[in-house]
Ligand binder design. Structure first.
Ligand code: HEM
Ligand SMILES: *[C@@H]1O[C@H](CO)[C@@H](O)[C@H](O)[C@H]1NC(C)=O
Length: 345
């Protein structure tokens, strides 16, 4: 904006002056671009090469051990990373515990305690190495752990960029408009993901995370019964057999608040492209899942990922890298290396 004003004012001046203006403008644009990318530029795969060279092995070890005890930590950790990045950026603010914290609000109330335990253990494993103690951010540990749960569940292994600082603030107020709703249609999904620098293809690939894990009845029960007045904003068609089965899981007005159904009913414990195949069969659990197949603008991508797992894995890895750059903090004014992941220093 400012450089545009410069340009307009300087246009009426002499030839040599406008050449000078062009040079100055170029510098202004370069500086502005550098400032805008400052956060992302700090990230690098070898960020801890000298301070904690074995950070990846330490995190992976903790992940392996936790998943042997409970597979639930795999979907839980992947979701935790997504929610962290969409609320105030990938800064581990989601892990902060205290009055009015993020996980006391909205969708974050169902974040997985096993996932939090996994991160706590990974942090302990990292800090137990004398070289690494208090040198690796919780935000980076979460990014690495999210990659590791995906690969250990059968998904792609991809390189993770590192160098995020932990945020100093976590408030429930930030959760409200930052996360997608289970009733979202394609336009709402695209709008929210675009606000985080993600394309429709990124959004469809990241939704493939729903190849693992569960949802509580409250998030899809509106799709199962005719509701007077309060019809969901989007309710794409559902396979009839699947519908009957889900009515059994969530009986009208009688379901337990703890009752859940698998997001990928076919291979819930495997990170694969089965999720997209369930969408083709109209067995997507959430309205937001089935919308990806129901809407003809996104259906070709769903069909592509359903037919070609490699294409899905590549797109997922690329989208996770972009997700991991959202709102990264790299300055001491807004970031730190937290000593305890659940507390600011
Ligand atoms: C596209 C928009 C999305 C919507 C509307 C959405 C919504 C939801 C909802 C409602 C649940 C169930 C929560 C519960 O009832 O406990 C859920 C679970 C889950 N979500 Fe998403 N999500 C979206 C995108 C993502 C993304 C991008 C990721 C990760 C990259 C992700 C990973 C997961 C995982 C792994 C679970 C299962 C968690 C568990 O079993 O502990 N979701 N999601
Ligand atoms: C599947 O996708 C990968 C990666 O995009 C591509 O290299 C490969 O040719 C595709 N396979 C088929 C059978 O289309």
């Amino acid at each position: 904006m400012r450089s545009r004003g410069l340009e307009l004012r300087w246009r009426r001046q002499s030839q040599s002056q406008s050449m000078l203006a062009a040079v100055v403008l170029g510098v202004v644009v370069l500086l502005a671009t550098a400032a805008a990318c400052a956060g992302a530029q700090q990230l690098s795969q070898s960020y801890y090469a000298s301070t904690c060279p074995n950070v990846e092995t330490l995190v992976r070890g903790a992940v392996t051990q936790k998943l042997q005890e409970t597979f639930n930590a795999a979907p839980g950790t992947l979701r935790l990373f997504f929610h962290d990045c969409f609320v105030r950026g990938c800064d581990a603010s989601v892990l902060i515990s205290g009055p009015g914290d993020e996980h006391s609000a909205g969708p974050d109330t169902t974040l997985s305690p096993d996932a939090l335990d996994l991160i706590t253990r990974a942090k302990a494993a990292v800090d137990a190495d004398a070289r690494c103690s208090n040198k690796v951010s919780c935000a980076d540990i979460l990014a690495l752990a999210a990659r590791d749960v995906v690969s250990q569940a059968g998904g792609p292994y991809y390189q993770v960029e590192l160098g995020r600082l932990d945020g100093k603030v976590g408030t429930r107020a930030a959760v409200k408009h930052s996360l997608p709703g289970a009733g979202f249609g394609l336009d709402q999904l695209n709008k929210l993901f675009a606000a985080n620098g993600l394309t429709q293809t990124d959004m469809i690939a990241l939704s493939g995370a729903h190849t693992m894990g569960v949802a509580h009845c409250a998030n899809f029960v509106r799709r199962l019964y005719p509701f007077k007045g309060a019809a969901p904003r989007s309710n794409p068609a559902m396979n009839l057999y699947f519908l009957r089965q889900l009515r059994g899981t969530c009986p009208l007005n009688k379901y337990s608040p703890a009752a859940v159904a698998m997001l990928d009913a076919v291979t819930p414990m495997k990170f694969d492209n089965g999720y997209y195949q369930t969408l083709q069969q109209q067995k997507g659990l959430l309205a937001s899942d089935q919308a990806l197949f129901a809407d003809r603008r996104s259906r070709p991508t769903v069909n592509h990922f359903a037919a070609n797992q490699t294409a899905f894995f590549d797109a997922f890895a690329a989208a996770m890298a972009k997700l991991g750059r959202v709102g990264v903090k790299s300055g001491s004014s807004d970031g730190e290396i937290r000593r305890v992941c659940t507390k600011v220093n």
